[in-house]
Design a protein around this ligand. Structure first.
Ligand SMILES: O=c1[nH]cnc2c1ncn2[C@@H]1O[C@H](CO)[C@@H](O)[C@H]1O
Length: 305
């Protein structure tokens, strides 16, 4: 039986590759959209279009929270392009979002697939935190939560904070303290092991498949942005997280630690890790991953049609 998974996504650029990967690796039972990367209505449009384009219009899209619980945040069109898809002008999707809200869908599916459902949270944690506040018993029904978020020291949004944790620090704290089984793939890990370099881009441009064209169009601004930040290619935190959830043999080093988040002033959104044994560890932190396996898997999927 294949694993039942919901991907919680602020759908822009790398999120679309993450959705494609999740649709291949798992029984993807829903995409829930949450405020983050770009304008909410663009994220919804991107998610609907992606599923249609990859031939999976059967996967439902649920509208989640269109703002963080408390925070005022900013979107990052400079990273993903004006529409979150590298400025790619694509036709309006025919697919429509579901009437049921993301929070309701998460709670309902945690019952339907009790003990099996996994959440791939590659976005701010607002939807998941609110689902938990509404029904704390989801903790015992959700098998596992994979979180892309947090920076050790190299914040990508403030000097110390990573984007997903920074957008909704209160939601992050609620989820970290919920008792869910959590694995975190932090920013630095994704930057080091989830960067797809110029050689990869050349290969993918030469594939000439529908999926390779999709990848190039949706991620071209991400590539430019990542290069401008000194990376050797485009950084794919969400896709790497989905890949590691699927192939855990590609997690080469992880540590179980107490993880918390700073809610105050300049350091708001900073991930706090107790590097010593605390006795109240709440998350596995992924520190090293197999970047070759990741790249090869992405190449193979982009070759498929
Ligand atoms: O500079 C960036 N590079 C890659 N992803 C980014 C960046 N800024 C925001 N995100 C978004 O936030 C998470 C990573 O921090 C990812 O989920 C991505 O969608």
């Amino acid at each position: 039986m294949s694993r039942k998974v919901i991907i919680d996504s602020d759908t822009a650029s790398d999120d679309t590759l993450a959705i494609l990967l999740a649709s291949r690796f798992f029984d993807l039972v829903g995409v829930t959209v949450v405020a983050g990367n770009v304008k909410f209505e663009n994220q919804v449009r991107n998610a609907l279009f992606t599923l249609e384009y990859i031939g999976r219009a059967d996967i439902p899209v649920y509208l989640g929270q269109d703002r963080p619980i408390l925070n005022r945040w900013r979107t990052v069109e400079e990273v993903h392009g004006i529409n979150g898809m590298g400025g790619w002008v694509f036709p309006d999707p025919n697919k429509r979002p579901e009437k049921e809200s993301a929070v309701d869908a998460i709670i309902r599916m945690s019952k339907e697939y009790s003990g099996d459902l996994e959440i791939l949270a590659v976005s701010p944690l607002t939807n998941l935190a609110l689902a938990y506040l509404r029904d704390p018993s989801i903790v015992k029904r959700i098998r596992k939560v994979w979180i892309m978020g947090g920076a050790f020291t190299k914040g990508n949004t403030t000097p110390i904070a990573e984007f997903n944790f920074w957008v909704d620090p209160e939601a992050t704290k609620i989820v970290l303290e919920s008792g869910m089984d959590i694995t975190i793939v932090p920013w630095e890990t994704t930057e080091k092991y989830g960067t797809l370099d110029q050689n990869f881009w050349e290969t993918v441009k030469g594939l000439g498949t529908k999926l390779s064209q999709f990848f190039v169009n949706a991620n071209r601004t991400l590539l430019d942005f990542s290069l401008s930040q000194g990376n050797s290619g485009s950084v794919h935190p969400d896709s790497l997280t989905v890949y590691l959830a699927y192939d855990q043999s590609a997690i080469l080093r992880k540590e179980r630690r107490r993880v918390d988040i700073e809610l105050c002033s300049e350091s708001r959104g900073a991930m706090l890790v107790d590097w010593y044994k605390s006795g109240n560890e709440n998350a596995d932190l992924v520190l090293e991953a197999d970047s070759r396996k990741f790249r090869d898997q992405v190449t193979s999927i982009l070759s498929s049609f």
